[in-house]
Design a binder for this molecule. Structure first.
Ligand code: KG4
Ligand code: ZN
Length: 350
């Protein structure tokens, strides 16, 4: 079964083709980061318009790279939420319209489900059940994943997401938007130990996180210290270290409490080199294994949506996929707690 995946929830237009039998056939991506940079953040209206401009050429490119035609596609999976409503509508309406035209199902996928299944695109892939640490620009969550559609939220951030904290702190340090990757590069020149920042909620006894206080602590440091490049690099190191200490500590505690031995890390912050180093070292020391998506699938992409769609459809229908008609988007959508977490069990036509 070949599934066309479409991702347009925020500032990346992603398209991919995934085959249950052969794996990922192709993927094409356009990032809007350059366009939003001058505004210091994502401008929703510009994002929607750009998705409209990019989506058809990207679909054509993904098809051509996979040497595939539209008629060979068996189903379409698009990101239904959460995200920017206008941006989501572009992918949802293109997906639903193509599904209608080709007479194949078009199903909605939860963006975070895409992220947390994304390490399954790599070899070796994790096996269910596993613990997932989701660290993106909009979310920071620890989940227990028992299978496709079986997600139990263990804890999440009570304020800023980890990526959001990286971006806001990067801004304070004079780095551009989005600043996560730039901050981690600056931190490489930082000297460990010059500044000590708190690791919030490390010993809170639950699996929740809080990152907004860290950003304030950085602001206080910046005001107290001279404005020189080494000081900024040292602050970046201290900030990154504080975030990594909490993420690593809680992920390991979740592994220990659940008795599971596989950890999956997904979302943009999962691209952070130091986070990967520390998580790998500590999970191995604990006798567990950590799985990461390939770097290009850490941030938003169409491959993870195509994969999630293929797995959802296969779990529901085997190879005989059924039809869906009509579509909605959900700008806010809770993956684990929503009793209607059946994003894509397609509806049969009348
Ligand atoms: O998963 P993603 O593409 O978007 C959301 O769904 O939110 O993640 C984007 C986030 C941004 O906040 C970005 O600054 C952060 O991931 N990020 C990083 C790194 N690369 C991207 N944060 C820390 N270190 C990195 N190397
Ligand atoms: Zn994302």
């Amino acid at each position: 079964m070949i599934v066309l995946g479409i991702e347009t929830s925020c500032d990346e237009t992603g398209v991919a083709l995934y085959d249950n039998a052969r794996g990922l056939l192709s993927h094409a991506l356009h990032s809007q980061i350059e366009m939003h940079r001058e505004y210091g953040g994502v401008v929703p209206e510009l994002a929607s318009r750009d998705h409209i401009r990019r989506i058809a050429p990207l679909i054509r490119r993904a098809l051509s790279e996979a040497d595939c035609t539209l008629n060979a596609i068996d189903a379409i999976a698009y990101t239904q939420g959460p995200g920017l409503a206008g941006a989501l509508l572009v992918g949802a309406s293109v997906g639903a319209a193509l599904g209608f035209a080709l007479n194949i199902p078009a199903i909605g996928i939860h963006h975070l489900e895409g992220h947390l299944l994304s390490p399954l695109l790599s070899t070796p892939a994790p096996q269910f059940p596993f613990i997932a640490l989701l660290v993106s620009g909009g979310h920071t969550q620890l989940m227990r994943v028992d299978g496709v559609g079986q997600y139990q939220l263990l804890g999440e951030t009570v304020d800023d997401a980890a990526g959001e904290a990286f971006d806001k702190t990067a801004k304070l340090l004079g780095l551009g938007y989005p600043g996560g990757a730039a901050l981690s590069i600056l931190a490489e020149r930082g000297r460990p130990g010059r500044f000590k920042l708190p690791s919030p909620m490390l010993h809170s006894g639950d699996f929740n996180f809080s990152f907004s206080g860290l950003k304030t602590a950085v602001l206080t440091l910046i005001h107290q210290q001279p404005e020189d490049p080494q000081t900024y690099a040292d602050i970046a190191w201290a900030f990154q270290n504080a975030v990594i200490t909490v993420l690593t500590g809680k992920a390991l505690a979740a592994l220990a409490e659940s008795g599971l031995s596989q950890l999956v890390v997904a979302g943009g912050v999962g691209a952070n080199k130091q986070l990967r180093c520390q998580l790998t070292e500590k999970t191995e020391a604990a006798g567990a294994t950590v799985f990461y998506p390939q770097l290009e699938f850490c941030t938003d992409n169409g491959a993870m949506i195509a994969l999630a769609g293929a797995l959802r459809l296969q779990a529901a229908y085997g190879d005989q996929v059924e039809f869906a008609r009509g579509f909605t988007v959900r700008a806010r959508w809770n993956l684990a707690q929503d009793p209607e977490n059946a994003p894509c069990v397609p509806i049969k036509p009348e």
